[in-house]
Design a protein around this ligand. Structure first.
Ligand code: UDP
Ligand code: MG
Length: 341
């Protein structure tokens, strides 16, 4: 797979006619955006199909997000709400929505209107052309702080260098997934859920479309730099073992240099006799190697910690209530392929 643009050829079958659309929305403290979001997304969805659902996941909000969603559910039975028992993070919220959505095409979108819902229509057009995944690519990073844009770019660059699963740069979680892709994602059991990587890992024919990433409608971003750094570590440790393996090579290289230097000292001592000075070089070597060893231990800790999380096999999220949208007609048996969580 190439790191950007289009991948394997799209499926040959065309997706004509009626279809069910699921729009899935992670929400954390979005009381200020929820109403505007529904006002924007409902006409877009209704313009595409009668058979749609908007599935919201309240990721343990501390404000009135759930109340705002419930208020809309009275008038629009095609809105659903899953409430988490606490904040489990955006990746868990997306996972819950993917586990419970029911569409032939599933679109994940943020609630803050930074991703314009009108783009969904273009995504559906591409999906009808046969693409299984349509990822929206940010045309620019103008709405991000300089530091965040800088680190994001670096992240994609280094991630794609060392990961076995490249991810297209500048694609966020605004994307359309065909039902087949959703079923594939439901089979992935890992607890550390770096969704961008999982989306890429399952494969399928993928195309991208550009969109303008807007300003947040209300509130502030929940992703501060420290959270993003940990998110980046999750991504790298989930999709690359390079940081773990590189230490053997660093070890070989330093052992080789130590051997050369050691030989030189032995020869020098044999020829010129014992030479006491050398305190400075000794100290530099000890400190340098000590530092390297601590870094390598730290990297192992990062992996070991995540391994522990995986082996505990705790659920990825806990829902305290699940109110699914009204659906007419049961799904065929393909739902049975879900892996248990
Ligand atoms: N979000 C979530 N759980 C969290 C943090 C964020 O469900 O712990 C949701 C949030 O409500 C929004 C989306 O994820 O719909 C993106 O979050 P945000 O806008 O804060 O991030 P940014 O756009 O700055 O990356
Ligand atoms: Mg946002």
């Amino acid at each position: 797979m190439r790191a950007s643009g289009e991948t394997v050829r799209p499926a040959q079958h065309r997706r004509d006619g009626a279809f069910r659309l699921s729009v899935i929305v992670p929400m954390f403290n979005e009381e200020g955006s929820a109403d505007a979001f529904f006002d924007a997304v409902l006409p877009v969805a209704a313009g595409l199909t009668d058979d749609f659902e908007i599935l919201c996941v309240d990721d343990g909000s501390r404000d009135a997000t759930s109340e705002r969603v419930r208020a809309r559910m009275g008038a629009e039975p095609r809105i659903g709400l899953i409430r988490f028992s606490r904040n489990f993070g955006k990746e868990a919220a997306l996972t819950a929505a993917l586990d419970n959505c029911d569409g032939d095409a599933v679109v994940s979108i943020d609630a803050d209107l930074q991703m314009r819902p009108e783009v969904i229509a273009d995504m559906v057009t591409k999906w009808r052309d046969g693409w299984d995944v349509v990822a929206a690519t940010r045309a620019d990073r103008a709405t991000d702080s300089g530091l965040r844009a800088f680190f994001s770019r670096r992240f994609y660059l280094y991630f794609n260098r060392i990961s076995e699963t490249p991810i297209p740069p500048e694609t966020g979680d605004f994307r359309l997934l065909d039902r087949e892709v959703v079923l594939a994602l439901r089979q992935l059991p890992e607890r550390t859920r770096f969704m961008k990587g999982l989306f890429a890992w399952v494969g399928f024919s993928t195309t991208t479309i550009d969109y303008d990433h807007g300003e947040r409608h209300a509130g502030t971003s929940s992703f501060k730099l420290w959270k993003l750094w940990n998110f980046a570590l999750d991504g790298i440790t989930s999709f690359s073992t390079f940081p773990l393996r590189v230490w053997s090579y660093v070890g070989f290289a330093s052992a080789f240099m130590a051997f050369i230097y050691g030989s030189w000292i032995v020869i020098r001592t044999l020829i010129f006799g014992i030479d006491v000075p050398g305190y400075a070089s000794l100290l530099v070597f000890i400190l340098f190697l000590g530092g390297i060893q601590l870094i390598s231990l730290g990297v192992m800790g990062e992996y070991l910690g995540r391994l522990l999380t995986e082996t505990k096999r705790r659920p990825i999220y806990l829902a305290r209530s699940t109110e699914l949208p009204e659906r007419d007609g049961a799904r065929p048996a393909d739902d049975k392929r879900e892996a248990p969580r």
